[in-house]
Design a binder for this molecule. Structure first.
Ligand code: AOF
Ligand code: ZN
Length: 373
């Protein structure tokens, strides 16, 4: 029914308002309707705080009896940091629940809808499922596969170069592109880089709220925003407590083969990882991805050089390549975008499908999905 779509679209719009804050929880929105009137609505803002349904039920109060609830994700059935939303909907006397998609969290996975039906609530699901999927690529991938959703960001000149032969590289892309990057960082659970990048550029790898788009800054008070975890692949223990990212707000995780015994600040953790097969000097990329997902990283935003970019692509863990192209030429002596050692035939060249193409300031932004055989 068209009216159902109207209310679900509204719930999806509400859910989106949590996109910078809910990690590691999903974005969820809820609208409660009775006799054609919206009597309650809400969205999930932060993990540990009430779920979307609870906000909407509170607004609806006693009027929820006999009403229809539209929810972008199956209501939960478990006691997590908050009690089950399925129980709350039943207790409020909601008569009908329309769900966009099932929650793949093994603690829920259909049980929320089962509980509602058991209690005599009429339940439908699948309305605007594709839109609901698109809301939470990271959460859904982690729940389904145990891997994070990996976005690899690269920036280059028109001829695919990232730095002059000397290494000179600052500001190839525009301030507008860098602001766009800030918005991606702000949505991510963690930002991944390599020790090589830390040694070369000493980046802070933080979200700087003043550089986020106006619409985002208006929607959130600075205090309510979190910093994504900074993760550094540091197989040779080259990062030191003096590097800039160590002192930034939020956590830093060093992915290493063995920990050192330096006096690290409390927010820094050394993760011990196995080495790659056939490469005993480097941490295993797949093991790192699994560990990050176990630590509840839904979306991993990667800002790294040609070497880590190549390793991630080779390991087959990249979900999306986000490529900024600045309209300039650096010449063929300049450094390339991505190291793909051993690639010697065109037949084995990684290929991508173009998912989105747009102009960001003077630059071009491509979103590409790797085509895995
Ligand atoms: C809902 N509505 O708004 C959200 C849901 O630790 P908790 O209690 O916050 O539970 C988190 C889990 O609940 C999360 O992994 C996901 O399965 C579900 N999220 N469910 O009914 C919501 N955010
Ligand atoms: Zn819930």
């Amino acid at each position: 029914m068209q009216l159902d779509e109207f209310y679900m679209a509204r719930a999806l719009g509400l859910a989106r308002r949590g996109r910078f804050t809910t990690a590691p929880n999903p974005n969820v929105g809820c609208v409660i309707v009775r006799e054609g009137n919206i009597i309650g609505e809400g969205f999930h803002l932060r993990a540990g705080e009430p779920h979307a349904e609870v906000h909407a039920l509170r607004m609806a109060g006693a009027a929820a009896r006999g009403a229809t609830a539209y929810v972008t994700l199956e209501p939960c059935s478990h006691h997590g940091r908050t009690p089950p939303c399925a129980d709350a909907l039943v207790a409020a006397g909601v008569a009908r629940v329309v769900v966009a998609m099932q929650d793949p969290n093994p603690q829920v996975a259909g049980r929320g809808m089962y509980l509602l039906r058991q209690a005599g609530v009429s339940v439908e699901h699948g309305l605007m499922m594709n839109e609901a999927e698109a809301l939470n690529p990271g959460f859904l991938k982690r729940m389904r596969t145990g891997f994070p959703y990996v976005q690899l960001k690269l920036a280059a000149s028109l001829d695919g170069r990232t730095a002059m032969a000397s290494g000179e590289s600052q500001w190839i892309t525009s301030p507008q592109a860098r602001r766009d990057v800030q918005a991606f960082r702000a949505r991510a659970g963690a930002i991944l880089t390599s020790a090589a990048t830390v040694l070369a550029d000493d980046p802070a790898l933080t979200v700087r709220w003043e550089s986020l788009p106006e619409s985002i800054r208006e929607a959130y008070a600075q205090a309510s925003l979190r910093q994504p975890v900074r993760v550094v692949v540091d197989s040779q223990n080259r990062v030191t407590p003096a590097h800039r990212l160590v002192a930034q707000p939020g956590q830093t995780w060093l992915a290493r083969l063995r920990p050192d015994d330096r006096p690290w600040p409390r927010d820094v953790e050394q993760l011990t990882l196995p080495s790659g097969q056939g490469d005993t000097a480097r941490v295993d990329i797949v093991a790192l991805m699994l560990m990050l997902a176990r630590r509840q990283v839904n979306t991993l935003w990667v800002e790294a050089g040609a070497s880590l970019a190549g390793a991630l692509l080779n390991a087959g863990v990249v979900d999306e390549l986000i490529l900024y192209l600045a309209p300039k030429l650096l010449g063929s002596a300049a450094r390339g975008l991505c190291d793909l050692p051993g690639l010697d035939t065109l037949a084995r060249a990684p290929e991508f499908d173009l998912a989105d193409l747009r102009q960001v300031g003077p630059d071009i932004r491509l979103r590409l999905k790797p085509r895995y055989p």
